[in-house]
Ligand binder design. Sequence first.
Ligand code: UTP
Length: 274
Amino acid sequence: MNMLTKCLFPAAGYGTRFLPATKAMPKEMLPIVNKPLIQYGVEEAIEAGFHDIGFVSGRGKRAIEDHFDISYELEHQIAGTSSEFFLEDIRRVISGCSFSYTRQNEIKGLGHAILTGQNLIGDNSFAVVLADDFCVNSPGVLSQMTELYRQYECTIVAVEEVPEDQTRKYGIIEGEEFENGLFKISGMIEKPEPQDAPSDLAIIGRYILTPDIFSILRNNKTGKDGEIHITDAINVQSKKQMVLGYKFKGQRFDCGTTEGFVKATNYVFGSMTR
Ligand code: UTP
C-alpha cells in the first residue's frame, strides 16, 4: 500500500482579506492566541503520522522557514528560564519532522500551488492542509482521513455543510452517501451560485490526493478567475476513479476571514482558561 508520509502546505497566497496585517507577514503566521495558524496545521499532520512536511511558499514568506528552524540566539537567551515552557511544542515539531520548501513564482491558484509542490512529493499519495482552515477535534481531521485512506486508498476530500447562500465561496460536491458521512463523489464545481450548486457540501482545506492528480493538473485549463483550481482537477479524477467526500468530525474556523479568525481565537482562549 502507498504509505502516507508527506503533507503539503500551500502557503503562497497574498492573504488580501487580512491586509494590512499580511502586507509584510504571511497570513499563515497569524497567531491563534500564541501559536501561528501554520503550526496548528503541522501539529495536526504529525498527529496523523506525517513527518515529511512540504511548504509551497512565495515572496515575503520567510518567517515560515524561520519558525520551523532552531533559533540558537533565542535558545541561548532563555535556556534555564521559565520561558522555555513556551517553546516546548515547536521544539517537538522541529525535532519530529523534515521540512522542505518550494516557491510558487506566480499566484495562479491552489491547483497551481499543489502542482508546484510536485517536486517535494514525487510519486506518492499525499495530504494537503490549508492552514487557514483551522480545525479542532480529537482525533484531528487529518487522522480521521488517513484512517479512511487505509481502507479505500483513493483521493478523499473533507466536506462540510454550508448555508445555501455561501456556495459561491467553495468547491461544492455532487455525490451519494454510501456510509454515514461518506460520499462517493460523481462531480464537483468550483464556487457555484446557489441555484447551480449540486449540494450544500463544501470542500474545506484538508485533502488526501493520489499522485495522478499532478498529470491532471498539468493538463488542466485555467478555470474561474483565470486560476488553476484543485476542484477542477479532482472533478476530472472523480469521473475516472473512486473519489470520496468525508463529512469530518469536529469544528472548522475559516481563519482566512477576520470573523472566523476572531471566533477561533475566542474558542482557543476559552479552552485554555476553562
Ligand atoms: P485563499 O483562497 O485563502 O487565498 O487560499 P489567499 O491568497 O491565502 O487569501 P485571500 O483570498 O487573498 O485573502 C487558500 C490557501 O491556498 C494558498 C493560500 O496561501 C492559502 O493557504 N494558495 C492560494 C497558494 O499557495 N497559492 C495560490 O496561488 C493560491
